[in-house]
Design a protein around this ligand. Sequence first.
Ligand SMILES: N[C@@H](CCC(=O)N[C@@H](CS)C(=O)NCC(=O)O)C(=O)O
Length: 333
Amino acid sequence: MTIPTDPKTGEFRRSANHFDARVTADGRDGWPVEAGRYRLVVSRACPWASRGLIARRLLGLESALSVAVADPIQDEKSWRFTLDADDRDPVLGIRYLAEAYHAADPHYMGGISVPAVVDVPSGRLVSNDYPRITLDLATEWGGLHRPGAPELYPERLRAEIDEVNDGVFRDVNAAVYQAGFASKQAAYEDAYQRLFARLDQLSERLAGQRYLVGDTITEADIRLFTTLVRFDAVYHGHFKCNRNKLTEMPVLWAYARDLFQTPGFGDTVDFDHIKRHYYAVHEQVNPTRIVPLGPDLSGWTDPHGREALGGRPFGDGTPPGPPPEGEFAGPRW
Ligand SMILES: N[C@@H](CCC(=O)N[C@@H](CS)C(=O)NCC(=O)O)C(=O)O
């Protein structure tokens, strides 16, 4: 994989999400919410795709929206279904995610990214617009949510969630990549400084409250979690985000463990996929492609003590049940 950076500043250039149609309750973009119609294509390595995996579990959309898990190691044609029999996704019948992109636009020349929502009957990509995908699962897919599903994007908290998400996107979710992919010292240092300043600020915020916004789990927690859970395994070493480890930031470490141990979070996390993807795919950053054996991940299941802060993880709702057969990705150590 070639990492696109600005030749002048050395800053990582993230490509735009080209396919931004929305699956909605009223089908205004031509894609109505419908059980069994769409397939969510993910890599369990990818933080942006993992948002979708978590939201789907929390909302109980597993049977309405099936999931295809790509091999964590892309080849020159990008994401592929080599974990499946015959190297083919059993539902879409394709070998590469690129086939769904090209079914939607035969002339498309951009990146092939996950997460991707694909229309099963036509095989066409509908959306790779990851920030929108989870918000729509929370709001537009309400008719298919399980009984007791949480409100991940409640109207009354949207302004605050959006504001927190903005900072978390810029200085956490995206900043780790900007640090890791920078090709000039100043670009790296800028991302590193923003990242740790924001993590310090989030630590302060979370010292006295269990979740980022309100007293229940929201979309904001999902977005912060997907970066924190990768922090020590890949960002600290591979991306040089090494002022300290997550395990050395007591508030954030307890917060991340609390979420990890909440049904719907930890059971989507596959540290093996995460480590192999980052260390083996970014050969500009890690030319030997050696995947480190550490860190010791056993602490993720240690008690976190955050119940003492109160909070109602699912509000008036309930936690989701176990993941469907064959989908459990959680702690296996
Ligand atoms: N679609 C977005 C975000 C999703 C994203 O970056 N996904 C990564 C995996 S973590 C991916 O699929 N990268 C391959 C590519 O963009 O070609 C983007 O391109 O910036």
